[in-house]
Design a protein around this ligand. Structure first.
Ligand code: AAL
Length: 399
């Protein structure tokens, strides 16, 4: 409605401007906008033209890219039957060595409904967080476990997984998802944190989770059915997932994916949204932003700093999937580019962060693939920028 009002008022302003052809006191649709958008008659704006008039005025091609096919890694991170390696963290370069952390488990997945004491309900169930190093980003040496599941009875006794790394002030922080046994359909997921003076550990774990689901949903009945609710609650009333902490404006922004009790299928995808929680110190306490949710689409978190703000790749679910968005304040995101589809569970190569190029960080990084329903392996992605279009033999660049 607000949008319609704005476009309607813009049209009126334009009309009165052209009729009066006197001094311009209010914003109008300029002749160059009309020309650029190829609008035939400004008194007959189609819905598409109205949306186009709302696009950021200074938007160029700098945000647009194309992902190439995933390529397998070599060494210990090559696919291995019987082993799950998935959800890679960002890649950090420490001195001359690349580091990555990831979820690791062994054995097949049985799913829900079997022996909940002994079986694995998902590939990311019964995981610990492991790490590997590489000199060239292709051949990796698995170094061993970084963060283990907790003692029986603790909040992370069932699985620790889907981790992200942040280095700040010489200290390394791993944030990750946690599940407490028993792993039933309605189990809540939380976020834990571990820190170390070295990327090689040893790691100290937080005694309590640093983030939990909103506590305002109400399940309906006793059956383990996550779609059946009396009240849904906030967008993150069931699970907080895919945590990623960025130092930003003197604070620490913990971006995460929320899953809601009574989740629906909307626009052909899962009802998944992102939130942010902000702290003064890396260890918290993290306070959820009152602006949550900060996306209406997406899946795994993929965020990076750019031009004083934060950029976010939105994949997989929701009407705005396959877009790159940017916010000047880390909270209010707008679409900058649509893309053809992005790798899942991206681990960004933080070495490539650039203030000149918004998507240079996508030149290469890590992702994962499903080799089978049981086993996943970490892969490498690469991308190419889309800055021109030229047919073979054609002179000049279309920019
Ligand atoms: C991923 C992530 C989280 C989920 C599972 C493993 O896509 O969103 O990590 O828990 O799937």
């Amino acid at each position: 409605m607000k949008h319609l009002f704005r476009v309607a008022s813009l049209s009126l302003v334009f009309l009165s401007f052209s009729m009066m052809s006197c001094k311009e006191t209010e914003p109008s649709i300029s002749q160059s906008q009309i020309d650029k958008l190829g609008i035939s008659d400004v008194t007959h704006l189609s819905a598409a033209s109205k949306r186009a008039l709302d696009w950021p005025k200074d938007l160029g091609n700098e945000w647009f890219l194309d992902f190439q096919g995933l390529k397998p890694l070599k060494g210990d991170l090559a696919y291995e039957e019987g082993v799950v390696r998935r959800d890679p963290s960002a890649v950090l370069k420490v001195k001359d060595t690349y580091y990555v952390w990831y979820s690791r488990s062994t054995g097949p997945t049985q799913g829900f409904g079997g022996d909940i004491e002994n079986e694995k309900v998902f590939p990311w169930d019964r995981c610990d967080i492991w790490y590997a190093t590489s000199q060239d980003g292709w051949t990796w040496k698995e170094q061993g476990v970084a963060v283990k599941r907790g003692e029986k009875g603790s909040y992370d006794d069932r699985s620790v997984f889907t981790t992200e790394i942040m280095e700040y002030d010489g200290v390394y922080y791993l944030c990750y998802q946690t599940v407490k046994s028993p792993y039933v359909v309605r189990v809540k997921n939380q976020v834990g944190l571990a820190w170390s003076d070295s990327p090689n550990g040893p790691w100290t774990k937080s005694a309590e989770p640093i983030l939990s689901p909103a506590d305002n949903g109400i399940w309906k009945g006793e059956e383990q059915n996550r779609f059946s609710v009396e009240k849904k609650g906030d967008f993150d009333s069931h699970k907080v997932h895919d945590p990623c902490i960025l130092p930003y404006k003197g604070k620490f922004y913990l971006y995460y994916k929320g899953e809601q009790m009574g989740e629906e299928i909307t626009w052909g995808g899962r009802q998944i949204r992102h939130g942010v929680a902000i702290a003064d110190n890396p260890k918290g306490p993290y306070v959820k932003s009152p602006f949550n949710p900060i996306s209406n689409s997406g899946h795994e978190i993929c965020v990076w700093p750019y031009n004083g703000g934060i950029a976010s790749l939105i994949t997989t679910d929701g009407p705005e999937k396959n877009t790159i968005q940017w916010s000047a304040d880390g909270v209010n995101f707008n679409i900058m580019a649509s893309i053809k589809g992005a790798p899942h569970a991206i681990g960004l190569n933080r070495e490539l962060t650039s203030e000149q190029d918004p998507v240079q960080i996508m030149d290469w990084g890590l992702s994962h693939i499903y080799n089978s329903g049981d086993y996943q392996s970490i892969m490498r992605f690469e991308s190419r920028k889309i800055r021109e279009h030229k047919a073979i033999g054609e002179k000049g660049n279309l920019k």
